[in-house]
Design a protein around this ligand. Structure first.
Ligand SMILES: Cc1cc2nc3c(=O)[nH]c(=O)nc-3n(C[C@H](O)[C@H](O)[C@H](O)COP(=O)(O)OP(=O)(O)OC[C@H]3O[C@@H](n4cnc5c(N)ncnc54)[C@H](O)[C@@H]3O)c2cc1C
Length: 525
């Protein structure tokens, strides 16, 4: 494959993308003038190839018919890890049998709509549980910090095969969007069923022995179990502990979700105010507002990635959603958990991001491997209680209004008399997060926001709001596995994988972990 690399203005890059076959794209917003790095495919004479040319190095998957094969594997959980494991098993000629506690994606949408209208939470069908897992109603960011885990390009190719846009194959920070993801997940399900896999929705596995008893006699010894439960199934972790599966505490992160007007984030990250000064001096005729709008059209709403250290702990932005919404991402009644998502165009007027503090196992007293879960749950219950304050009497397990505070008020320790507009649909209520967040989180977040404001003056503003709590950014439990066989160290034949196993964090790394588990099973003839 021959390529040419260009560093272009956003407008030039936009024009080039309309004409040529792009194989890599990234936006560099570090300098005053934004630059787009484009790599385009060329012919033997070095001329760029037209946009509609076939995508290079793309190997479409070949799925086998597994209706009547003798080998099968059980998969618990139909999130990215479980689905990609199932597809890979089918490529190897092994029949996947999936059990998923939640509903299929179109039914799940209805429960999510009820939750957004603040009409109650279905603990088995919500932003975390159901077909596609936690990644279905998300921003759909498809990138992973780790390059070591395996063939990330394969994950992108499978997403593309099932309907994701071409950009997932070349964009440095590709994303799909929650309007597109459900169709992609449905396409994956149809492929699994068509080739002979099984999917059992609304089937929560409450005991591994139950799975064993469902196997036929012939399968009993041979059928491996891929455990792809995600990190929100606290009840399932407790079941595994009770059944003797080895679990251990791992570090995780907790905090709040911060939401700014997207326009402000665009100004800060794309240096628009600095440009305005210079442009005004030059007295350009074009309206500055129009120029800004054009720039956003070419490169999209700005995102950010922020990190600092406070008292020996990392404080960082997590899962930033430009042009997105804050969503109620809890899975049990009486708890308040928030997260973020966006549609493919990322065009809401809000920019939200998790702002979290690293928590180490030694920060939580005791030696129970599940103590991290208790710590998360305690804060989620407190957030729920704080979010109920104006509802008198509180409605048992029913309302998901979230506690919130203006950002500068939080940092300065003041009550917010009112709150700015916020994308969180169930609604937010003023609350003293500065007072009730545990000091080890609250104090570090306050300093963290001051540090971020030094880097981007204007970030720390009362036009922004923080909403509590962002407690499920990473798994608080690891299910240790043998690095060679990928099987649980305590339970042979059990393949813990994905985010819930503590070996992945995010859609792509979980999907890849599922692929790796399936490949390992295929090797064990
Ligand atoms: C709102 C939101 C936005 C996010 N945005 C992004 C993003 O933009 N980019 C990104 O990379 N990551 C994002 N994430 C994180 C990402 O979704 C997860 O990292 C990823 O989905 C983990 O994949 P998984 O397959 O390991 O687990 P999950 O996706 O959590 O799937 C686990 C599945 O197992 C099922 N299950 C659990 N227990 C049982 C049981 N006992 N029996 C049967 N089924 C069971 C669950 O119902 C669930 O469907 C987001 C998460 C949320 C909640």
């Amino acid at each position: 494959m021959q390529t040419l690399q260009y560093i272009l203005s956003p407008k030039e890059a936009h024009e080039a993308e309309q004409k040529w076959r792009v194989v890599k794209r990234s936006v560099d917003a570090r300098q005053r003038e934004l630059k787009v790095h484009l790599t385009v495919l060329t012919d033997d004479e070095g001329k760029p190839i037209a946009k509609d040319a076939p995508i290079p190095l793309y190997t479409p998957p070949v799925f086998q018919d597994v209706h009547n094969v003798s080998r099968s594997a059980v998969i618990i959980g139909a999130g990215p890890a479980g689905l990609f494991a199932a597809l890979t098993l089918i490529e190897h000629g092994i029949k996947p049998i999936i059990y998923e506690r939640g509903k299929e994606v179109s039914e799940r949408k209805k429960d999510i709509a009820l939750l957004n209208r603040n009409e109650g939470l279905n603990p088995e069908s919500n932003y975390c549980f159901g077909e596609g897992g936690a990644g279905t109603f998300s921003d759909g960011k498809l990138f992973s910090r780790s390059k070591k885990r395996g063939n990330m390009q394969r994950v992108m190719e499978l997403f593309h095969f099932f309907g994701a846009p071409d950009t997932v194959l070349y964009e440095a920070h590709a994303h799909i969007g929650s309007d597109k993801l459900p169709t992609i997940i449905k396409n994956m399900r149809e492929c699994i069923l068509e080739h002979g896999g099984e999917i059992h929705f609304e089937t929560k596995i409450e005991s591994l022995k139950e799975v064993e008893s469902q196997k036929s006699k012939a399968e009993r010894q041979a059928t491996p179990i891929i455990l792809a439960i995600g990190h929100s199934a606290h009840d399932t972790y407790r079941m595994l502990a009770a059944e003797g599966v080895k679990l251990e505490t791992k570090g995780f992160a907790m905090g709040v979700r911060a939401e700014h007007p997207q326009e402000l984030i665009n100004r800060l990250m794309y240096h628009l105010d600095e440009k305005k000064d210079r442009s005004a001096q030059r007295q350009k005729t074009a309206s500055l507002k129009d120029k800004d709008t054009q720039l956003i059209q070419y490169v999209g709403n700005a995102s950010y990635s922020l990190v600092t250290q406070v008292d020996g702990r990392g404080v960082y932005s997590f899962c930033m959603c430009p042009g997105g919404h804050i969503v109620p991402a809890g899975s049990s009644a009486g708890t308040c958990v928030v997260n973020g998502m966006s549609a493919s165009h990322r065009n809401s007027p809000f920019a939200n991001s998790g702002m979290v503090v690293q928590i180490n196992p030694e920060d939580i007293p005791g030696d129970d491997p599940l103590r991290g879960l208790e710590y998360q749950e305690a804060l989620e219950r407190e957030a729920f209680k704080q979010g109920q304050a104006p509802l008198n009497p509180p409605i048992e397990g029913g309302r998901y209004t979230a506690p919130a505070q203006r950002l500068r008020d939080f940092v300065e320790g003041k009550a917010s008399k009112d709150l700015p507009k916020c994308s969180y649909l169930p609604g937010i209520v003023p609350s003293r997060l500065d007072q009730w967040l545990p000091a080890e989180i609250g104090r570090r977040l306050q300093q963290g926001f001051r540090d971020f404001d030094k880097k981007y003056p204007g970030f720390l503003t009362n036009d922004a709001v923080i909403v509590g709590v962002e407690s499920r950014s990473s798994s608080a439990v690891r299910i240790p596995r043998d690095p060679e066989t990928l099987q649980s160290v305590s339970t042979p034949g059990l393949y813990p994988c994905g985010e819930g196993a503590g070996y992945a964090g995010g859609i792509t790394s979980s999907a890849l972990d599922g692929i790796n588990a399936a490949n390992k099973i295929a090797e064990m003839a």
